[in-house]
Design a protein around this ligand. Structure first.
Ligand SMILES: [Zn+2]
Length: 126
C-alpha cells in the first residue's frame, strides 16, 4: 500500500460513440481517464476514476506548447451519493446510464407505480 495521497495516473481512452462533448457540445479530440488514489480513514487505499473530454485548441508558436481545454465528464462511481441513493449513478461518459437508472428504479417501486408510468407512456405515444 502506498501513502502518497497525490498519486494519479492519466490514460488516453477511446469511446467511439462519444464524438461531441456532452458539456460544451464541441468536438472531442480525445478522452482522458484520470485515476486518483486516496487513503480512507481506515487506512485502505481507494481508487477514484474521473473522465474528461479534451479539446485541442491549437499550437502556440511562442510558447511551443499545444493548447488544450478539458471538460469534466464525471466520475466512474459516486460513492458518497450512492450511500443514500444506490442507483449506480455514473458520469456522462456512460451513455446508457439512463437505461440502467430506469432498471434500478423499476426494482424499487411497486407494481401500481409501474402500471401508472406505462399508462402515461402509452398516452404520450398516441
Ligand atoms: Zn467540452
Amino acid at each position: 500500500m502506498f501513502k502518497d495521497k497525490k498519486k494519479k495516473k492519466v490514460e488516453q481512452i477511446s469511446v467511439p460513440t462519444l464524438t461531441y462533448c456532452p458539456r460544451c457540445s464541441d468536438p472531442i479530440s480525445y478522452l482522458h481517464k484520470e485515476i486518483r488514489y486516496s487513503i480512507d480513514k481506515h487506512g485502505n487505499e481507494k481508487q477514484h476514476i474521473y473522465y474528461y473530454a479534451v479539446h485541442y485548441q491549437g499550437y502556440d508558436k511562442n510558447t511551443k506548447k499545444v493548447q488544450l481545454r478539458r471538460c469534466y465528464l464525471g466520475s466512474d462511481a459516486y460513492d458518497y451519493v450512492e450511500r443514500f441513493n444506490n442507483l449506480n449513478l455514473a458520469g456522462a461518459i456512460k451513455q446508457d446510464r439512463y437505461k440502467e437508472y430506469l432498471q434500478q428504479l423499476a426494482n424499487r417501486v411497486d407494481q401500481d407505480t409501474i402500471k401508472d408510468l406505462l399508462s402515461r407512456l402509452q398516452q404520450k405515444k398516441s
